[in-house]
Write a protein that binds this ligand. Sequence first.
Ligand code: CDP
Ligand code: MG
Length: 830
Amino acid sequence: MQKEIKMSTEIEKRVGNLLNSSNGTSSVETGSSRSSETEALQSKPVEIGRGASLLEIDTASEGLNMELKQKQEKMRETDNVKAMLEFREKLPAFKLKSEFLKAVAANQVLVVSGETGCGKTTQLPQFILENEISSLRGASCSIICTQPRRISAISVAARISSERGEKLGETVGYQIRLESKRSAQTRLLFCTTGVLLRQLVQDPDLTGITHLLVDEIHERGMNEDFLLIILHDLLPRRPDLRLILMSATINADLFSKYFGNAPTIHIPGFTFPVKEFYLENVLEKTRYNIQSEFENFRGNSRRGRRQQESRKDPLTELFEDADIDALFKGYSTSTRRSLEAWSGSQLDLGLVESTVEYICRHEGSGAILVFLTGWDDISKLHDKLKVNNFLGDTNKFLVLPLHGSMPTINQREIFDRPPPNVRKIVLATNIAESSITIDDVVYVVDCGKAKETSYDALNKLACLLPSWISKASAHQRRGRAGRVQPGVCYRLYPKMIHDAMPQYQLPEMLRTPLQELCLHIKSLQLGAISMFLAKALQPPDPLSVENAIELLKTIGALDDREELTPLGRHLCTLPLDPNIGKMLLMGSIFQCLNPALTIAAALAHRDPFVLPLNRKEEADAAKRSFAGDSCSDHIALLKAFEGWKDAKRNRKDRTFCWENFLSPVTMQMMEDMRNQFLDLLSGIGFVDKSQGPKAYNQYSDDLEMVCAILCAGLYPNVVQCKRRGKRTAFYTKEVGKVDIHPASVNAGVHLFPLPYMVYSEKVKTSSIYIRDSTNISDYALLMFGGNLIPSKSGDGIEMLGGYLHFSASKTVLDLIRKLRGELDKLLSRK
Ligand code: CDP
Ligand code: MG
C-alpha cells in the first residue's frame, strides 16, 4: 500500500508536464444554448498533453511505464473489473480489438463505423489505452476523445473508469466547459469538441497528443466539421499523430474519402428484430382520436401550415396534396379523419401519452424510450404522466427525462435496470439517438421531429423549430428498441411522411449562422475565412459566409481587412454568440453587469415566458406589468427574473412562476447560466470577483443605461419606428417593413416615445416579425451602435451603410467621436 502511494506521487511528478491538470474547477452544469445541445467553444484554455513526444522515452519514464503496467494488471485481477470484462467481451467491438489496434498502428487515419451501442465510445479509446500501457508506452501516451455533448463526455469517462476499476479522474478523466475531473495521471481524456478547438488556440499542432478520437462525426455538427478541416491540414505536420474517426453506420465513406481514402473498419452489430408501426396503425391500436382532442385543431393546423409554408417544408406539402382515400384504404373512418386532420405542425402530446399508456397496459415488460423535440415537451409529458397516473400507482413506473442540458446527477438511473415490476419510461431528445445507449429499451415511441436550426441567408433569418428528422435518424431511433430482445417502434407519423423524409440531415454548418465559427477561424489564425471554409466536407453557402463576415465587421469584431480587433479578440475567448458576448463585455465595462447577465442568459437559452393557449390575455398582462412603461421585452424579462430571485429567497418561487406565467425550469437555467457567464468574464479579466458584485453594478438600476447596453449587444438588429398617422410602422434594412411579434409587450402600442427599436431575432411566419424588442433613443445608437461614417452631405453621421442617418452639428460629432475613441481604448486595454 505504502509503495503504491509513493509510486503514484512519482507518477504525478514525472508526468506533471505531460498532462497538466486543471484539477476539477467544478461549476454548475447547464450548458444548453439556444442553438443546440452541443457545447460552444470553451473559455479557459486547458493544457492537453503538452511537452512530451511519442519518441522520446528516457530511462525515467521506463520505470513509470512499468508502474502503469503493473497497476493495470493488478486491477484486472479484482472481481469488479472481471465482472465488467465479462460484459465488455460480449460487445461487438471486442471481437475486432486486435484488428482495430493493428489498423491504428499502421495508419495515420482510421474510420470506424458501427451500430450505436456496439462499444465504439467506451471500448475503442480504452483498447488504445490498455495497449499503450501494456506495451510500456503508458508514460508518454496521451489519448483524447471528443464528444459533441457535455453529458456524454462525463458519462463515458465515468463508465470507463469503473470498467477499469478506478476512480473517475485517475487514468481516465473528462474536461468540459468550466468543469473537469482529471489529474496528472490522466492518459485518456474525454472532452467536448469545443474544448479541443479551444486548445488549438494555445497549441495549434496538438503537441504531445498521441491519439485523437473524434466521436459521432455522422451527426455532422458544426464543431466536428470544423475540427475535421483543421485536422486535415494538421496531419501532414504531425505524422506521428493517430486520428480515429468514429461514426454510426451512416455514410462512413464520405469521411474516408475526405482523408485520402483512409481505411475503414466496420463493426457488425447484432440487434434483435424491431416491429414498426406508423401513425395509422397507432391510431387504430390506441383508439386515440386526434380530432376530439383538438377542438381547435383545424385552426392550429392552418396556422401551422402557414408557418410551414414559409419554410417550404416539402413533407407537409406532400401530405396536403396526398390522396388520403387511396393511401389509407381499409382504416376506420375515425382514423382516417384523424389522419386528415393531422398536419404535423404541432406535436400532439396527447397522442404520445396515450401511446405510452397503451404500451403499459397491453404490452409486456421492458423500458420505453420516447423521442421528443426538446425540454418543453419533455417536462410537459413528464408532468402529464405523473398527474394522470394511468397505472394507478406511481411506484409502478419511473419517468426519467434525458436532455443535453440536464444536470449530471440522476444519470445512473437512466442506464440501470429498474426494480422488478417497475416500468422505466425515458423521455429524451435526439441525444438518445446515438450518443447515449440505454440497453433495456424494448419500446420506442418516435414523434418524428427534432429541434433543428435553420438559416435563411438571403433574409438573414435564423430559426430554431421542430422539423422532420431524416430517414437515417428514424432508423437510428427504431434501432434503440432491439438491444436486448425483439422490440417495437411506434412512429407517430404516417408511413408516407417517412417515405418522403430526406436520407440524411443537412450538416449543421449549412443551416446555422456562421459568425461564431468565423471568429474562431480568425483566432486560430487559419487564414482567409472563405478560403478556409471552402475546404470543408460540405462547404457552406458563400452568401452565409459573407453575411457572417459582414456582421462581425458591423459589430466591430473584425476590421476592414478581416483581422480581429481588440473587441474581436475578447469575443473569441467567450464561447458565446458574438452579439451576446459583446453585451456582456459592455455590461461589465459600464457597470450594469447584473442586467447584462440576465438578458444574455435568456437570449442564449430561451424565453422564460410561457404562452398558455387558453389564458393568453392574463399571460400578456403579467408580462406587460413587468415591462412597466419601458416599451421593452428585455426589461420585462429582467424584472421578472429579479422578482423570481426575491420570491426564491422567500421560497415562493413556484407560486411566483405560476402566477406570472414563467417557466421555473428556464428561470433556474438562467440563474445557472448567469453564474457561468460571470466565471467566463472573470476568466478573461473583465470582472474581478474579489471586488464583490457592487463594483460592477453601479448603473444596474438605470434603465436608460441598460437599454444602451442592450443596443450595444443587439446592434445591427435595429428597426426604425416611423409614424404613419396615429400608428407606428417598423422598417429594417434587409427586408423592409416588419411587424412586432404578437407576444411582445410592444404589440398593439400605437406610438413610441423613442425613434428606434432593437430586437433579438426576426422570425418569418405569416409575416416577418421581430421578437423581443426594446425601444431606444438615437443617443444609444450613436454611442453604442456600429461604425460612424460621416454622411455624404456633410451634415451628420451614417450607420448601416447609410440606412440610418443622424444630423448633428460638428461640435456634437466631435464629442461623440472622442467618447467612442475612449470606449475603444477601454476595450483594448483589458
Ligand atoms: O459508442 P457506441 O454507441 O458504439 O457504444 P458505447 O457507448 O461504447 O456503449 C457500449 C455499451 O456500454 C452499451 O451497451 C451501453 O449500454 C453500455 N454503457 C453503460 O452501461 N453505461 C455508460 N455510461 C455507457 C455505456
Ligand atoms: Mg458512442
